[in-house]
Every structure is written in C-alpha cells, then in structure tokens.
Write a protein that binds this ligand. Structure first.
Ligand code: RUB
Length: 306
C-alpha cells in the first residue's frame, strides 16, 4: 500500500495538487503523517525514513523551492534535536509542521493586505495560471468592496487559468478568459499584471508558469506595471551558490497526445522573468525591489541558507 508520502508525491506529480503553496502544504502534512505513523525503533531509522521521504517528495516536481525549504528545515530540526525517542521526535515534527503551516497562512494574509492596496475599484488586472496567493489577494480586495476586473489567461497546456477564473467568479469578481496569445492584445487595456511565483533566485529573477516572461516583456513594452505576488520562502538558496533553478519539463502528451511521431515536442512548465521587468515583489515584508530580495531573505529567514 502506498504511504502518505508516496500518495502526496503522486498528487503533486499529476498536478492534482498544483501551485507552489499547495504543493508545500501537502508535503508538510505527508512528512508529519509519516512520523506519527512510523514504526521506527530508533532515531537512526526514523532519519532514514525521513531522508527517503524527502527524496520522493523532491523528485515529484523539480521547480519547488518552497517545498524543499520547509521539508529540509523540518528534517534538520529532527536531526539536530537531542531527543532520541521516535515518538518524541514525531511530536517535534508535529510542532514544526504546525509552525510552518501557520507562518504560510500569516504570510498569505499579510501579502493580501499589502497587495490589495494596489487594486482600485476601477482596476483591470491581468493574471496568468493559478496562484492561490494571487486569488486570495483578489478575494481580499473584493471583500474591501472594490469592483475591479481580472483578465485570466487559459494557461496552456493544462488550463490552470480556468481554476483561477472559477475561483474569481465564485467570489463574485468579474473575470474574463483569454487565450495565452491574446496577452499583447489586452496589455494596453489593463492597469496591472499580477502573477505568482514558483521560485525566486538570488539575483531577483522569478520563475513562474511558462509564458510569464513573455507577459512581462509585453507589460514592459506597454509600460504596464508587472508585480510578482509571493512568499519569500520561495527563494531558492542554492542559486546563491551558483546553481541554476531547474525547470521542470513535462510530458509531451500534455501538448499533443496523438502527435505524429517525427515531431519533437517540448513542454517546459516554467520560465524565468528577469528582475528588470518586475516592478516589485509583493511579499510578507512589503513591496520590495527584486534587487533587494537576497538581503531581505537573509534577514527574515536566515535558516534557509543551512
Ligand atoms: C502554478 C504556478 C503558480 C505558482 C504560485 O504552476 O505557476 O503561479 O506556483 O502559486 P503549476 P501559489 O500549476 O504547474 O503548479 O501562489 O499558489 O504558490
């Protein structure tokens, strides 16, 4: 029978659970379940189980630094603890997981509070893909009584834009769906672009759903402000030490399932938007310049660099 960790990894891989926050949350819960159900007799055995779980979760999707940061930190806390009893260590994991879940929730609220100030009643905003952080911010602005409008891209090949559109109409926010290639057509008709993030690099570049960088170029050309709405825990510390953020390449079937065999299909899931095209990163520390991101992360989350 599949373990909680294997099940979580499968749900992440198949995109049943998507978006960096949701991926991190399900991974945290799976690690917690593993330790509470573990039959490990000693700390060494528990550590083995945890490192296997980490490998399974990390290989489910490549471009998920938020998940990696929190899972790594929870395991690190177990490792450095003087406690030897697996039961006590499970309690420690439970506490650490809860702390992370609460922090993620608090960041989401703070980001919504800050970001919604950039949304006016008359605003028309373009977004791409489905970011739970972005839609939560829109819901907050709506609750504040603002009558704005959101243009959602379909987000081929897997149409996550439909999830965004459905969530928006459920919150009574006016939503318009467009194909991805219509972005330039609408760029002069929107006041702002607001997108989520999967990863933030040490240079302040942002990795998000494929197509985001093209949208940023179009926004730049049309002089439309382009904001990234994201927790700072999506920062990837390995980029400080020279690594490039890995870009997940998905199954070609998602693009064309019955394609002629001679055609090569490429299906990168994410792309990189250069910091020069980003007006600001709306995060739990405020609206910051992408240039200052490393400094802000060092202050707020020093443990991320372990
Ligand atoms: C989702 C995506 C989202 C970010 C941010 O891609 O690119 O914009 O993950 O989402 P996928 P959130 O559907 O391939 O996971 O704000 O929810 O973390």
């Amino acid at each position: 029978m599949a373990t909680a960790v294997e099940l979580a990894a499968k749900r992440i891989k198949t995109l049943e659970v998507q978006g960096a926050r949701n991926v991190a949350i399900i991974a945290i819960k799976a690690i917690e379940e593993l330790t509470t159900k573990s039959k490990a007799q000693n700390k060494n055995k528990l550590m083995n189980e945890l490192s296997k779980a980490r490998d399974i979760l990390f290989s489910s999707r490549e471009t998920e630094p938020l998940m990696r940061n929190v899972v790594r930190q929870i395991i690190h806390e177990v490792e450095k603890s003087k406690e030897k009893e697996p039961k006590e260590l499970a309690t420690l994991v439970h506490q650490a997981s809860n702390k992370f879940l609460q922090n993620l929730e608090a960041s989401k609220k703070r980001i919504a509070e800050i970001g919604s100030k950039r949304i006016k009643s008359s605003s028309r905003i373009l977004t791409h893909c489905h970011s739970s952080t972005v839609t939560y911010m829109f819901e907050r602005a709506k609750k504040e009584g603002k009558q704005f409008e959101v243009i959602c891209t379909e987000t081929r090949p897997l149409f996550q834009g439909r999830i965004t559109a459905q969530e928006l109409i459920a919150s009574d926010i006016k939503a318009t769906m467009i194909v991805d290639s219509a972005v330039r057509f609408f760029m002069n008709k929107v006041d702002l672009v607001m997108v989520g993030a999967d990863a933030i690099t040490s240079e302040g570049n942002v990795v998000n759903k494929i197509g985001t960088s093209l949208i940023a170029l179009a926004a730049n050309e049309a002089r439309t402000p382009f904001y990234v709405v994201s927790e700072l825990l999506k920062f990837d510390p390995s980029t400080v030490y020279g690594d490039y953020e890995k870009i997940e390449e998905r199954n070609p079937n998602e693009i064309w399932s019955e394609a002629p065999s001679k055609i090569e299909i490429r299906n990168p899931a994410f792309d990189i938007t250069r910091r020069n095209f980003i007006h600001g990163i709306i995060c739990e520390e405020g609206i910051i310049s992408p240039h200052s991101v490393l400094e802000v992360v060092r202050k707020r989350y020093p443990w991320i660099f372990i």
